[in-house]
Design a binder for this molecule. Structure first.
Ligand SMILES: Cc1cc2nc3c(=O)[nH]c(=O)nc-3n(C[C@H](O)[C@H](O)[C@H](O)COP(=O)(O)OP(=O)(O)OC[C@H]3O[C@@H](n4cnc5c(N)ncnc54)[C@H](O)[C@@H]3O)c2cc1C
Length: 404
């Protein structure tokens, strides 16, 4: 559907990986939902994906989903729509360049089929958007939300030359959220003084579904398994290296990546297009305001180390859906989804997990770097002790699986 013609219980701005599944679940709960997105996407959903060793897709942007995210998607009947693309992680291998020792987290040891799953963001989003056609969600595409006006009994959302009114507004419109700015919520930014190159590399050998997190003095290097002997990488570099690395030819970059990672996976064969992103943490001052909730990157952008950002966001989504769960079939018309008490309770419930994940991510992002303080190094190295399930290693296991 491409026009919103009526007022709704809940308006969600942003049909990304956070807003789309949320719209689906809230609609299934009986709320009337409008999902607004600036993009007009041409989806490849439903088309067979040509992914084999001869024609691997080296132009994918990927995200690691935790086991916790999978279980929640499954409980909402959304996992089956994306399962075909999800590449299971059977083991996470963590090491620190220049130090002996490494630690491994095995799915078996954790009594799970997989520690997590790596998905292609575009494919998964396309599938989730396609799934909306079986719901009553008013899905408006190609319309940028340009203003918000909060009234006593609802929020008026302006897009194109029209508007709609909702009792609850959910901002899932990404890190530069217009919605967040329109309702006057400030942000706080921490600069890690690093950049990351993102891309996909083709291997000579099978990766056996092992994900690698390798800490080096210039920051972490993550390799995540994808089909057809490919791996998605996040390669963190110091700021003074960024320009010279950006200007490398594909072959020279491939060689550099190989040197940084080593030969545990054999020869790296080819690398796809890479992009550079600055590494910052951006957090909104508050998650809720009058009749408004911030979710996903609109609420918080994290350092990508440990693959926490999306999974934390999905735990927010899961809790918001629980808070909005109608008590009976007539409840969604009687209950106010934007009530201040409901939103405050939601926000209070989520604070502890959010603080712990931010602290955990910060430890990993700073702990192993050349400039880190001695205690930070000691703490980070505790992660690599193989003999015991140290508290940090246990936390790493729980956090990686999204069950913390
Ligand atoms: C380098 C990197 C690697 C990462 N890896 C992982 C990982 O392995 N695991 C993990 O858990 N997380 C990871 N993350 C985090 C993850 O990518 C984010 O949590 C997730 O993409 C957030 O999705 P979102 O829907 O909030 O925002 P977005 O994906 O940015 O979607 C926002 C949507 O809003 C729309 N929009 C924007 N403005 C407007 C407007 N004014 N009006 C209408 N629509 C609008 C856009 O078109 C878009 O569709 C990573 C992040 C980075 C930076």
């Amino acid at each position: 559907m491409n026009n919103a013609n009526s007022d709704v219980d809940i308006a969600i701005v942003g049909a990304g990986l956070v807003g789309t599944p949320l719209a689906n679940v809230l609609s299934a709960q009986g709320w009337s939902v409008a999902l607004l997105d600036a993009n007009t996407r041409t989806t490849n959903a439903g088309q067979p994906q040509a992914q084999n060793a001869q024609t691997p897709d080296l132009n994918q942007r990927c995200t690691a989903l935790s086991l916790g995210t999978r279980l929640w998607l499954e409980s909402q009947n959304l996992w089956n729509t994306i399962a075909d693309d999800a590449c299971p992680i059977s083991q996470v291998h963590v090491s620190h360049k220049g130090y002996f020792g490494s630690t491994r987290l095995n799915a078996d040891e954790l009594n799970a089929d997989a520690v997590g799953y790596v998905v292609n963001n575009q494919t998964v989003n396309d599938q989730l958007v396609l799934g909306l056609s079986a719901t009553s969600v008013q899905h408006v595409t190609g319309m940028r939300v340009n203003n918000i006006h909060v009234e006593d009994d609802g929020v008026r959302v302006y897009f194109g030359d029209t508007s709609l009114k909702a009792r609850l507004l959910i901002a899932a419109d990404g890190v530069s959220s217009t919605t967040r700015q329109s309702v006057g919520i400030q942000t706080h930014q921490v600069d890690y003084e690093q950049s990351a190159f993102l891309g996909t590399v083709q291997l000579e050998r099978e990766h056996d579904n092992i994900a690698y997190e390798r800490f080096t003095s210039s920051g972490p290097l993550a390799l995540l398994p994808r089909p057809a002997k490919t791996m998605s990488f996040v390669d963190c570099v110091e700021p003074d290296e960024r320009e010279s690395i950006q200007s490398l030819s594909d072959d020279a970059y491939l060689q550099r990546l190989q040197q940084r990672f080593g030969y545990r996976l054999g020869d790296f064969r080819r690398v796809g297009p890479r992009i550079a992103v600055p590494l910052v943490r951006i957090e909104a001052a508050t998650q809720v305001a009058e009749r408004t909730v911030l979710l996903g990157n609109a609420m918080r952008l994290l350092h990508p180390v440990g693959g926490q950002g999306y999974n934390l966001a999905m735990r927010d989504v899961a809790q918001l859906c629980r808070s909005l769960q109608p008590l009976n079939e007539h409840d969604s018309s009687a209950r106010d989804p934007g009530s201040a008490e409901l939103l405050q309770q939601f926000s209070n419930t989520r604070k502890r997990d959010q603080q712990q994940v931010v602290q955990f991510t910060d430890t990993l992002a700073r702990g192993f770097r050349g400039k880190a303080s001695l205690p930070a190094h000691v703490r980070a190295l505790g992660l690599l002790s193989l003999d015991t399930l140290s508290p940090l290693r246990k936390q790493f296991a729980q956090r990686t699986m999204g069950l913390g």
